[in-house]
Design a binder for this molecule. Structure first.
Ligand code: PLP
Length: 378
């Protein structure tokens, strides 16, 4: 069957399925981005953002995917000379390291194997030395389906006085992010994950302390310039207008569900996915204690590589899940269940997985995965 994107089950790890209301919002005629109508759109987005980040601090809205937000945050806040600590345990942690090293010559990187929690003890030991100016870390490591527990690090970062800079791209609106409680100074969200808007916008939320610490960096992504323009509901350069219209609608959809409702549903879908994976005799890739609620990463069973599993899911059942990245290419597959993903998506996906495993003579018992999903349904 040829894949029809209009009807396919779409559970990659972001971009995620988009609500028809959001799609319609995006297909409006051109508007003047310096006119009252568009300023009203930006004003409304700004009013809705505290729902995600709390009342304190400010949020820049950048035209550009999540990486633009990361580049803006790290280039504007990582000190050029003072020591920066980078913690990595997956593909996006490694990318953090690459970005940070573009802007600083004094970086210490602490690495855990992909799929294991970031090394908390080693990080605390570095922070205790008293010369770390910034700590950079990915909250939810999408590449391995693992949520780092930043609460374990927060007190040590606060005590050290370092800026706490977080990639929250697949965490925001997917898992709880108590940014104020943890003392996070800056955190980046991407439009295409938990917010269920199209790809192409990033949000950079800054604490008051981070705003004071900003230094001029890249021209296009200068957070100071963006925040200044936002005071008048404006943007410094021509914004991606249709994406702003879509983001506003996606935030309204989220407001109607309520952030707590979305986090709760995402969690239930994650529990169901993990239970179903186990029931199907498959194994999670990450340390199960830290398995992410927005993306479930599963080891490809022996003898069932991508061509026999993920590609069949897509070709035969129109179910899209995501493969592994970097060294995990062909070794794992990832089911994204954030944003507006819901029970029908999961039921179709696990039904198709069961069928594939059944045909391969690898299904522990008929209905194993589906019953695990059904058991978690409200
Ligand atoms: N960081 C994390 C944790 C991500 O999940 C992603 C994208 O999946 C990125 C960074 C990169 O974001 P983008 O591809 O939107 O630039």
């Amino acid at each position: 069957m040829t894949l029809d994107p209009e009807t396919a089950t779409f559970l990659i790890a972001g971009p995620v399925r988009i609500h028809p209301r959001v799609l319609r919002a995006m297909s409006a005629p051109s508007v003047n981005h310096r006119g009252d109508y568009f300023h009203g759109v930006v004003a409304q987005i700004q009013e809705l953002l505290p729902m995600l980040f709390g009342p304190a601090g400010r949020t820049a809205i950048l035209s550009g995917s999540g990486t633009a937000g990361l580049e803006a945050m790290y280039s504007g806040l990582v000190p050029k000379e003072g020591r920066t600590l980078v913690l990595t345990n997956g593909n996006f942690g490694e990318r953090t390291d690459q970005i940070v090293r573009r802007y600083s010559t004094n970086v210490t990187t602490l690495t855990a194997p992909w799929g294991q929690h970031i090394p908390i003890e080693a990080a605390r030991a570095e922070l205790d030395k008293g010369d770390v100016h910034a700590v950079c870390v990915v909250h939810n490591e999408t590449s391995v389906g693992l949520a780092n527990d930043l609460g374990q690090l927060a007190a040590a970062v606060r005590k050290s006085g370092a800026l706490f800079l977080v990639d929250g791209i697949s965490a925001i609106a997917g898992i709880p992010v108590p940014a104020a409680e943890w003392g996070i100074d800056a955190i980046v969200a991407g439009s295409q994950k938990g917010l269920a808007a199209p790809a192409g916008l990033s949000l950079v939320h800054l604490s008051d302390r981070a705003i004071k610490a900003l230094h001029p960096s890249t021209f296009y992504l200068d957070l100071g310039a963006h925040l200044k323009a936002l005071e008048k509901n404006d943007t410094p350069w021509t914004p991606a207008v249709p994406l702003f219209l879509a983001l506003r609608e996606a935030l309204l959809v989220l407001k109607e569900e309520g952030l707590d409702g979305r986090l709760a549903r995402t969690h239930r879908l994650a529990v169901a996915s993990r239970d179903a994976v186990k029931a199907l005799g498959l194994e999670l890739f990450p340390d199960p204690r830290y398995a992410s609620d927005t993306v479930t990463a599963v080891k490809n069973p022996d003898g069932l590589d991508d061509s026999k599993l993920r590609k069949v899911l897509e070709r035969e059942y129109s179910v899209l899940v995501q493969g592994g990245q970097g060294v995990l290419t062909g070794k794992i597959f990832r089911i994204g269940h954030m944003g507006i993903a819901d029970w029908p998506d999961l039921l179709v996906t696990f039904a198709a997985l069961e069928r594939i495993l059944g045909k391969a003579g690898r299904l522990p018992r008929p209905g194993a995965g589906l019953s695990a999903v059904v058991a978690q349904m409200p």
